[in-house]
Design a protein around this ligand. Structure first.
Ligand SMILES: NC(=O)c1ccc[n+]([C@@H]2O[C@H](COP(=O)([O-])OP(=O)(O)OC[C@H]3O[C@@H](n4cnc5c(N)ncnc54)[C@H](OP(=O)(O)O)[C@@H]3O)[C@@H](O)[C@H]2O)c1
Length: 327
């Protein structure tokens, strides 16, 4: 089969179309003939050699796909050959065929085609487990979502809105501001022209913010802690500005009974991801089917244009999702 190779790793130019054997599914896996694969932030980090695949996972990039099931493992009863699914994969999505655990596959939501469905898994698995399971976001609470125009950010805004929260998002320019509002953010802060701490305080008054979803880290960490309300929760899903913080005063954690948590999706045991998939199916799939949740696809690239897809991802000017079309 054809696949995207990232060789020894490096800049986008290391990506090339190569060939490799079609993977063999284990007893609880399925083999998917991939139609579309999502391009995600973690793919960039893996391509650079800083995010090795977990043991046993394909070394090929690609954490989510849509396509039709080509083979089912010996113990799989839920799916049959020919079913169309979208799936969270442990790797290997940038290829004509990809293996995924059967429990990490989902049917396409009502009215969705494979293109739109491919844009769901990585973002919505991540948002569900961090915002709803981990941070326990509840109706009527306030949430601050950093990086509100990226794949995770625009998904988080929608889920938080659907949960009945007041949503504040940070973005880096006016176009992204309009986009974040268009997917439901109640308040949008341009962190390049405004002080997000001051603005967020103005919006929520002295009460503070109940939940913060952060992918920036660095000097945002202390600022986020300072903004949290009594019993507030900070969820860290990336550290784009670094994970080291100097001279940190943790007194607010005790005095305001804060929770600092975080997670990475890929490293989690298969049963955790299966539980998250069930959560999506039960709670989010009906919202996709009625249009309350939607995917926004910024651009679909041909398989051969994978370099351009990564250049665009790294430039960071996209609004929503980037996809690869495999067939
Ligand atoms: N923990 C997990 O399980 C998990 C899962 C998936 C992704 N991630 C991570 O989450 C991050 C987002 O992923 P994605 O796929 O949504 O990528 P993406 O579409 O490229 O989004 C990245 C966002 O970060 C914002 N950003 C970058 N630098 C920033 C800064 N200094 N201050 C504020 N915002 C900044 C960008 O917006 P502006 O241009 O407006 O700054 C952009 O919206 C990545 O770092 C990825 O590795 C983590």
């Amino acid at each position: 089969m054809r696949l995207v190779s990232h060789g020894a790793g490096g800049g986008p130019d290391v990506l090339s179309i190569g060939e490799g054997p079609v993977p063999t599914p284990g007893p609880q896996d399925v083999l998917i003939a991939v139609h579309y694969a999502g391009v995600n932030g973690p793919d960039i980090v893996q391509r650079k050699g800083r995010y090795p695949p977990p043991p046993g996972a394909s070394p090929v990039l690609g954490l989510e796909v849509s396509g039709s099931i080509a083979t089912v493992g010996a113990d799989v009863t839920r799916w049959k050959v020919g079913d169309t699914v979208c799936a969270l994969t442990p790797g290997g999505g940038y290829a004509e065929f990809c293996v995924a655990p059967a429990a990490h596959c989902l049917p396409l939501p009502g009215g969705f085609d494979p293109e739109r469905a491919a844009a769901i898994p990585e973002n919505f698995f991540t948002v569900w487990t961090n915002l709803i399971e981990r941070a326990r976001l509840a109706k009527g609470e306030s949430v601050l979502i950093h990086g509100g125009s990226g794949g995770i950010g625009y998904s988080a805004i929608q889920v938080a809105k659907a949960w009945g929260a007041t949503v504040i998002a940070t973005v880096g320019n006016a176009e992204k501001e309009t986009f974040a509002r268009s997917v439901g953010a109640d308040h949008v802060i341009n962190y390049r022209t405004q002080d997000f701490v001051e603005e967020a305080r103005r919006i929520v008054d002295a009460r503070g913010i109940d939940v913060i979803l952060d992918m920036v880290g660095g000097d945002y960490f202390k600022k986020n802690l300072g903004l949290l309300a009594l019993e507030g929760r900070l969820v860290q899903i990336a550290f784009q500005q670094g994970s080291k913080v100097a001279e940190l005063d943790l007194m607010p954690v005790m005095m305001r009974r804060l929770t600092i948590t975080g997670s990475t999706l890929r490293a989690q045991p298969a049963q955790n991801k299966a539980r998250i998939a069930e959560g999506l199916l039960t709670y989010l799939w009906p919202l996709f089917a009625t249009g309350k949740l939607r995917v926004v696809i910024h651009r679909v690239f041909g398989f051969e244009d994978v370099v351009a897809a990564h250049v665009m991802m790294e430039a960071g000017q996209h609004l929503g999702k980037l996809l690869l079309r495999l067939r």
